[in-house]
Ligand binder design. Structure first.
Ligand SMILES: NC(=O)c1ccc[n+]([C@@H]2O[C@H](COP(=O)([O-])OP(=O)(O)OC[C@H]3O[C@@H](n4cnc5c(N)ncnc54)[C@H](O)[C@@H]3O)[C@@H](O)[C@H]2O)c1
Length: 351
């Protein structure tokens, strides 16, 4: 019997990297776990996680075994591992606002009948529902949070929609005695974290930052959806998070800019920092980080899933602050990187 039973809302690039990663790290423990931050967390290894249900709307994924659906277009994450037949067939969920103006020609909506999502979650004993919908799917994200409540599942909101950081949803999960985590996952090699760390290092060393921006371009469907629907909200979330790294006011902009199809699932992040140091002498940093988007979420998702299992075992209710602060850009309480790291370490050390 697997230890952690997870369901996926959305079988896009992120879900593909997660499912492939579970195979890639299946022997983690006996073999080296290169690329993972926590090979063991809460006494759990990656192989203790099992995907027991999945929901999507795209006809190339719905009705297919998960092992096939994760490689279907428009997913373009690179292949990390062979995934054997899982016997998990992708259910059709309701579309709601799942596609936007820019993605309506990229996603082919299935004509399969819609599943009863809450019932499907109950039938497979799912413990945690991961919300991996496009960032513009605000209504659909809330709808899946509602299904988690009905089915008695913990809910993890990987998208930038405000659920864990919304007091009403926090209260509703608390009333239902279920844990909740979100919003907007922090990547393993996160441009926001790198930006904040650089700014902190410079200001600790007495550099006065005058202006800084961090902008990125990507080629996954998510970058296309961001361009059409969530550019502004992402810019607000990232800029607030980066501003919090500086002990004084400076001109700060952080966000995404555009979709470049030939990048596939790659993401190029550009950093500009301008300030002054000793004697009011100017300094500047002009830097580029290149990553592949979906695998960049894998290690953090492994940590979040296992930490939420710990939260379930401890019968925690509502937003789990150490998990939200450690793994999400827009948690209910924005804490410094050091405090977030420390409270998460304390949280898992007790497990
Ligand atoms: N590194 C990362 O990949 C990362 C980091 C932080 C946050 N996120 C967030 O994770 C989410 C998923 O990212 P992705 O790259 O996998 O996106 P994606 O566009 O590749 O996948 C989204 C999937 O959701 C499906 N979908 C759309 N509407 C649906 C509905 N109503 N019901 C069920 N399925 C539906 C789509 O068909 C698609 O398969 C995004 O919100 C993104 O912002 C990702």
């Amino acid at each position: 019997m697997p230890e952690v039973r997870v369901a996926l809302a959305g079988v896009g690039n992120c879900a593909s990297a997660l499912a492939q990663g579970l195979q890639y790290y299946a022997n983690c423990g006996e073999e080296e776990c290169l690329g993972l931050r926590n090979p063991v967390l809460g006494k759990l290894r990656p192989r203790d996680i099992e995907i027991v249900a999945a929901f999507d709307v795209d006809g190339r994924k719905v009705g297919k075994d998960l092992s096939e659906a994760i490689f279907a277009e428009p997913n373009n994450v690179p292949k990390l591992a062979d995934v054997p037949i899982s016997n998990v067939l992708v259910h059709k969920g309701p579309l709601l606002d799942g596609v936007g103006e820019y993605t309506k020609n990229v996603v082919i909506v299935s004509d399969h009948p819609e599943a009863n999502v809450a019932l499907a979650l109950k039938e497979c004993d799912a413990e945690i529902l991961l919300n991996l919908l496009p960032s513009g799917a605000a209504k659909a994200s809330q709808w899946y949070a509602e299904q988690a409540l009905v089915a008695g599942c913990a809910f993890v909101n990987v998208t930038p929609n405000f659920i864990a950081s919304d007091a009403v949803w926090d209260q509703r999960f608390a009333m239902a005695e279920l844990p909740l985590a979100g919003d907007d996952l922090i990547d393993q090699v996160g441009a926001t974290t790198l930006h904040k760390t650089l700014l902190q290092l410079l200001s600790t060393n007495g550099v006065r930052i005058k202006e800084t921006y961090q902008l990125d371009v990507g080629g996954g469907t998510e970058s296309l959806d961001t361009l059409g629907r969530t550019k502004d909200v992402k810019r607000t979330v990232k800029t607030k998070s980066v501003e919090a790294a500086l002990p004084y006011e400076a001109a700060v902009v952080a966000g995404s800019t555009d979709y470049v199809d030939f990048l596939q699932n790659r993401r190029d992040s550009y950093f500009w920092i301008k300030g002054v140091h000793f004697g009011n002498v100017p300094m500047q940093i002009d830097m580029k980080l290149s990553t592949v988007d979906a695998p960049n979420a894998g290690s953090v998702l492994f940590d979040v899933i296992r930490a939420m299992k710990v939260a379930l075992e401890r019968k925690m209710k509502g937003a789990v602050v150490p998990v939200c602060a450690y793994a999400f850009k827009h948690p209910p309480q924005l804490l410094s990187l050091e405090v977030a790291e420390r409270i998460f370490a304390d949280f898992i050390e007790e497990a």
